[in-house]
Ligand binder design. Structure first.
Ligand code: FAD
Ligand code: EPU
Length: 336
């Protein structure tokens, strides 16, 4: 095991924040997990995947554990399904590509989401009408302090919208080591997100395939989300808030064009990007921290912004949206 001292985290987070880690340890195999147990008792620790859903507001005066566990294998097949076990350090989109190549359906709508497979259950990643919980069979995780492995069934993961037990009560306690996905041999297309149908039409696709759906998703994403290699960001900074239907109706009376998505619970999900844009924030900069000019839900680092400056901007946005609409936004990004 190679522990490094005083490592810059700039290459390890898509916001491009120049924070330092006191100690940095790559985890490449089971043995390093066992050894980790003795180190962890003396230090606070942080599990790091692709760093695409993190904002460093300070240096990290502890041990950063960089998950680099690799491997993908088919563990079971039936006439309808195939189960693929994927190590947590695999890049998410590489796994999506693997599924497209092998005609395994279920993750095509989740193409091009940055980050690693191990973080996908963490906030139940979702896009274009699909959430990863729909294809997760089980999650294997390592108890960092007590040094044992536990398998969580789909139900035990407690998935919700951008939520799971790993983001709540078990945060930092279990390191997810692998995820087993149950994929479909016969695709069940999710094209209800209007933009996908329109994009498929634009591409001249008459009969969709999982590849063409993934391509449509990729094209839509590239048209509005900033590429972290060019502009630092962590995707949506806030969650889309849910409000009681009465509150939605009174807001709708004031703002007839307000988008709203009724939920099974009876509440209505609002588009945080719309609220932030309407409050006048789209394209606004505070020094080098800014709000993306094509998607107001995405905060960006336009150069050398600090994590604190981005945090401060998010505070201003929170307050202004609450003042104008009476809606309290919640951050989606993990703040360190
Ligand atoms: P990290 O940022 O490294 O970690 C995120 C959190 O998970 C941290 O709290 C970390 O401690 C914890 N963690 C990481 N790995 C593990 C592990 N193995 N075990 C336990 N805890 C762990 N998300 C969506 O849901 N949908 C989108 O459409 C989407 N689009 C995005 C677009 C862009 C341009 C960007 C930059 C981000 C986007 N995201 C989206 C957010 C992000 O890609 C996902 O949340 C992704 O799953 C984060 O993976 P990561 O490996 O980078 O996690
Ligand atoms: N909108 C605006 N102005 C904006 C941005 C959005 O008016 O600046 C409106 C759009 O016109 C649309 C609505 O808001 O009516 C929704 O916008 P969009 O389809 O772009 O999606 P989103 O709600 O902003 C969510 C996820 C994304 C995911 C997309 C596609 C959350 C917090 N975000 O964004 O996930 O890719 O839907 O499914 O749920 C992420 O989690 O990091 C992420 C990027």
């Amino acid at each position: 095991m190679q522990i490094r001292d005083n490592v810059s985290l700039k290459p390890f987070n898509t916001f491009g924040i120049d924070a330092m880690a006191r100690y940095f340890l790559p985890i490449t195999n089971h043995q390093s997990l066992i050894t980790l147990q003795s180190l962890i008792t003396n230090h606070q620790s942080l599990i790091l995947g692709g760093g695409s859903n993190l904002l460093f507001t300070r240096d990290f005066d502890g041990l950063v554990i960089h998950n680099q566990l690799k491997g993908m294998e088919v563990v079971r097949t039936t006439a309808e399904h195939v189960w693929v076990k994927v190590a947590a350090g695999e890049v998410w989109h590489a796994f999506v590509e693997y599924c497209l190549e092998h005609d395994f359906a279920g993750v095509e709508n989740l193409a091009l989401i940055p980050g690693y497979v191990g973080a996908s259950p963490m906030q139940n990643i979702g896009a274009y009408g699909v959430e990863v919980k729909e294809v997760i069979e089980e999650v294997e995780a390592w108890h960092l302090r007590e040094g044992y492995s536990r398998t969580f069934s789909n139900e035990e993961c407690g998935f919700g919208y951008r939520e799971s037990v790993f983001k709540r009560e078990l945060k930092g306690i279990f390191l997810i080591t692998s995820v087993t996905f149950r994929l479909n041999k016969v695709p069940l297309y999710h094209l209800e997100y209007g933009a996908i149908r329109q994009e498929l039409e634009r591409m001249g696709v008459v009969e969709p395939t999982i590849r063409s759906v993934a391509d449509a998703v990729i094209r839509i994403r590239q048209s509005k989300l900033p590429d972290p290699r060019k502009i630092g960001n962590a995707g949506s900074f806030f969650k889309n808030p849910e409000v009681p239907s009465a509150q939605y109706e009174s807001l709708k009376a004031l703002y007839p064009e307000l988008p709203g998505y009724p939920q099974a619970s009876g509440r209505v999900k609002l588009a945080a990007g719309w609220l932030i844009e309407k409050a006048g924030w789209k394209g606004v900069h505070r020094g080098e921290a800014g709000v993306h000019d094509k998607q107001a839900l995405v905060l960006v680092n336009l150069g050398n912004a600090t994590g604190k400056e981005i945090w401060q901007l998010s505070e201003e946005i929170l307050r202004s949206v609450q003042q104008q609409f009476g809606v309290l936004l919640e951050r989606e990004v993990n703040i360190v």
